[in-house]
Write a protein that binds this ligand. Structure first.
Ligand SMILES: Cc1cc2nc3c(=O)[nH]c(=O)nc-3n(C[C@H](O)[C@H](O)[C@H](O)COP(=O)(O)OP(=O)(O)OC[C@H]3O[C@@H](n4cnc5c(N)ncnc54)[C@H](O)[C@@H]3O)c2cc1C
Length: 351
């Protein structure tokens, strides 16, 4: 039997962040992941601290943002890979009022760090943007697939990664630890993304889920060096390829891409760009969103060996490092959680 401090279930952004926090504090762990239905692999990996629909900041945006960049830079050094890249995000203005709202945002405390008051002229006209663009500062992209691949290899070399489906009914509860198959662990951290819906200990928590789809297009004439945001994103991938999307679907909760989403995105893209493109791929995933837009972090009130890190929503890249640290500090140092992220805000869902 292998003894560890933690079993971490799930190796998306949440599980990876928790594993890294454990590494930094010399805690022992094993990651178990079934390697299917992983929203993190589908994500474009953009980090952009401004909500471009409303020109506002998400919950704890500054804390999340500053922590995340330092965190991933450390991972780059440790794993010897480049996973962060700068990528400007340009918002298409629809009219003069939209431009004025942008200027107002560029003066607001907090937002002024990111909302550039200088308008970026639409010089190439490959995108229909008669009112030009606003540019967000300090934005970029995390190569999530590369991070996952290199971190997995690193953990495999330490015998700390297992590809398997975690079976919740195999947990044996002991006084201050659990036995799970060949492991004895002090804690289990569930970082299962939307897979939480099959976790009998946490399934009732209000993880709503939102399905998103991208089409991948090839367009040699588009030549964008920034991510463009209108009602959807166009994100350059290199080699004339772009991710276009994503859709937001609150009804479907499966992981299959659809012809409806493809048509929606193709139609919107045809309206926005003036050059031809070819659809060469499509992907879909379910974002682990919550009704109150706050993550689900904490320790189960009845089974105190069981912990959760979930509900990272639409901005997992920025959110994962901060909330992984919050959970770790709760478990190891008894540091109380912010009430609004603590799962204990839903006592009736944890019986
Ligand atoms: C289309 C789309 C675009 C997005 N774009 C961005 C973006 O640009 N920037 C951004 O910051 N965020 C983006 N997001 C959101 C981001 O993807 C999520 O916030 C984040 O990936 C959630 O990470 P997670 O680790 O909680 O879940 P996941 O990445 O879904 O990982 C959960 C893992 O747990 C595993 N698992 C579940 N149950 C079990 C079990 N019983 N046994 C073993 N393993 C199990 C799954 O296989 C999976 O690997 C996007 C999401 C989507 C769908």
């Amino acid at each position: 039997m292998k003894e560890v401090d933690y079993i971490i279930v799930g190796f998306g952004l949440a599980g990876m962040a928790y594993a890294e926090v454990c590494e930094q504090s010399q805690k022992t762990f094993v990651v178990i992941d079934k390697e299917v239905e992983n929203a993190s692999r589908v994500a474009a990996g953009l980090y952009n601290p401004v909500i471009l629909k409303r020109y506002s900041l998400p919950y704890k945006a500054l804390e999340q943002f500053d922590k995340a960049l330092v965190f991933y830079k450390k991972m780059e050094e440790k794993l010897g890979v480049t996973i962060l890249s700068d990528l400007p995000v340009r918002k298409v203005f629809y009219n003069i009022e939209d431009q004025n709202n942008w200027f107002t945002a560029s003066d607001a405390i907090g937002l002024n760090r990111f909302v550039n008051s200088t308008i970026v002229k639409n010089t190439t006209n490959v995108v229909r943007a008669p009112f030009d663009f606003g540019e967000v500062a300090e934005t970029g992209k995390l190569d999530v697939v590369k991070l996952q691949g290199s971190f997995k290899k690193y953990l495999e070399n330490k015998n700390a990664f297992a590809k398997a489906s975690f079976n919740h009914s195999d947990i044996q509860f002991k006084n201050n630890h659990v036995i799970y198959q060949a492991y004895k662990a002090k804690h289990i951290v569930f970082a299962e993304g939307f897979g939480m819906k099959s976790n009998p200990f946490f399934a009732k928590l209000p993880l709503v889920g939102n399905k998103g789809e991208y089409i991948i297009i090839k367009s040699p004439l588009l030549k964008l060096d920034a991510a463009i945001k209108s009602s959807f994103f166009i994100i350059p991938l290199g080699d004339n390829l772009y991710k276009v999307g994503a859709t937001y679907n609150w009804t479907d909760k499966d992981w299959f891409f659809t012809s409806i989403a493809r048509k929606e995105l193709e139609d919107k893209l045809s309206e926005l760009v003036t050059v031809p493109f070819e659809v060469v791929g499509q992907i879909a995933g379910v974002r682990p969103t919550t009704g109150d837009r706050r993550p689900l972090v904490g320790i189960h009130p009845k089974y105190d060996q069981l912990c959760i890190l979930n509900g990272l929503g639409t901005r997992g890249v920025m959110a994962a490092p901060m909330f992984a640290n919050c959970l770790f500090n709760l478990i190891e140092n008894k540091e109380p959680l912010l009430k609004e992220i603590d799962i204990l805000r839903f006592p009736k869902k944890l019986s």
